[in-house]
Design a protein around this ligand. Structure first.
Ligand code: FAD
Ligand code: UDP
Length: 380
């Protein structure tokens, strides 16, 4: 009898497995239907010995000392600040839009002190900022919005920014200085030996068993367990009874090139041209020294593994229906990007998992501390 069956070996599932096993002595089985652990953060060495992120570039960044300290128990780190260039009007310019972006694109020599007025003269007033269009045009105006955001977003989501929640494009700030880092978090690092190695260490505990290539639905009735942590898509858990909750997918094209470097920065974005949204080169991130180099193109797709919740009013309403079912389910915890339908980064999922552990500690008696542990596996 397992105390916990955990569905998904990504950040949500693996962090909870580690906490439950190491802090409570609980017996945990983690299953993942993919052939590997680490969820979307999975990385591997390709045939040429280059470390590649199977599901696109993953850069760790956080402002939380607690989250950083927690993960630091399972990995050493390599400092890395991500930089991205956008291919716009035949040039490569920094994104997030900053002073150098504007000066290069328009052949100007504005100063940081002058740029706010330049933006203000172009910004469109928006009474209530609701959409991913509003959030950009209200700051930099329509021309820069169209050049950097509209095409990229239509490609990435298959929707116009006006149809998407403001939080999506608000992930990318606008700057008036020359800071060209993609993130400004206080902690920006890559796990020194890769993400998969970090997950191996997270899951390396005598009370944790891991089964990959294993779908929850195929084993749920055969594996006795007291409680469940579910980190897959929430609609699937409830057999899509209110209809499918949309998730956006991607197809990744991985290439190895027989040259030392391919790109000037870790990622180049294509908001105006190409079918792919961006190309990334891992050696910038991993620091690997190698005569060849590995890159990945990302092609957005409606079909395929679920990667992104599609945040808009219709989907928020549908998610609420599933969330109500989730709240009513006993002895089941829904955690992670797919199960809580949130556009969360890795650190946020880690934080959510740690907070869930605190809630479990408050609610679920420890072994041998009394309190009925009812076996409800048969009821599922
Ligand atoms: P996942 O990693 O998706 O894990 C869920 C697991 O559950 C999956 O492995 C799945 O196979 C398994 N599962 C689902 N259903 C079942 C079932 N029925 N049975 C068994 N197993 C099941 N975040 C950052 O912080 N920085 C970045 O640079 C970054 N870049 C990203 C780039 C891309 C292209 C994508 C898609 C995401 C990126 N993220 C990034 C986000 C990051 O991937 C997520 O925050 C994180 O991986 C979410 O962890 P999770 O455990 O919630 O979900
Ligand atoms: N975005 C854009 N142009 C860019 C970069 C981002 O329009 O050059 C928009 C797009 O809608 C994207 C969102 O901002 O989906 C969030 O970008 P981010 O780089 O955070 O996406 P992720 O890394 O999560 O795919």
């Amino acid at each position: 009898m397992f105390d916990w069956l955990i569905v998904g070996a990504g950040f949500a599932g693996s962090v909870l497995a580690e906490r439950l096993a190491s802090q409570r002595g609980d017996r945990v089985l983690v299953v993942d239907r993919r052939p590997h652990i680490a969820g979307n953060a999975f990385d591997r060495y390709n045939e040429q010995g280059l470390l590649v992120h199977q599901y696109g570039p993953h850069i760790f960044h956080t402002n939380s000392q607690r989250i950083f300290d927690y993960l630091s128990q399972f990995t050493a780190w390599r400092p890395y600040e991500h930089r991205v260039l956008a291919a716009v009007d035949g040039m490569l310019v920094p994104i997030p839009i900053n002073l150098d972006t504007v000066n290069k694109l328009y052949g100007l020599s504005l100063t940081s002190a002058e740029l706010p007025a330049w933006f203000a003269a172009r910004a469109e007033p928006v009474e209530v900022i609701r959409t991913s269009e509003d959030v950009v045009v209200s700051v930099v105006g329509r021309e820069l919005y169209e050049k950097f955001f509209q095409g990229y977003t239509r490609k990435q989501w298959g929707l116009d920014p006006s149809q998407l929640d403001k939080s999506i494009t608000a992930r990318v700030p606008v700057r008036t200085d020359r800071d060209d880092r993609y993130f400004t978090d206080s902690h920006q690092f890559m796990p020194r030996d890769g993400y998969t190695r970090m997950f191996e260490r997270l899951l390396d505990h005598p009370n944790i068993a891991v089964m990959t290539n294993t779908d929850y639905r195929a084993i749920r009735d055969f594996v006795p367990h007291r409680r469940l942590i579910y980190t897959g898509p929430i609609d699937e858990y409830f057999d899509c009874r209110f209809g499918k909750l949309p998730y956006r997918s991607l197809r990744f094209r991985h290439e190895t090139l027989g040259q030392e470097w391919a790109l000037p920065t870790g990622t180049v974005n294509y908001p105006q041209t190409e079918d792919y949204t961006r190309v990334s080169e891992y050696k910038h991130m991993t620091g690997q020294v190698h005569p060849a180099t590995a890159i990945t193109y990302e092609y957005p797709s409606a079909e395929g593994d679920p990667y992104y919740p599609i945040l808009r009013p219709e989907t928020a309403a549908l998610y609420k229906q599933y969330e109500a079912l989730a709240q009513a389910a006993t002895d089941v915890w829904f955690v992670g990007r797919l199960a809580t339908y949130r556009y969360y980064n890795m650190d946020q999922v880690t934080g959510q998992a740690l907070a869930t552990f605190d809630r479990i500690e408050a609610q679920v008696p420890r072994r041998g501390q009394g309190g009925a542990m009812n076996d409800n596996a048969a009821a599922r």
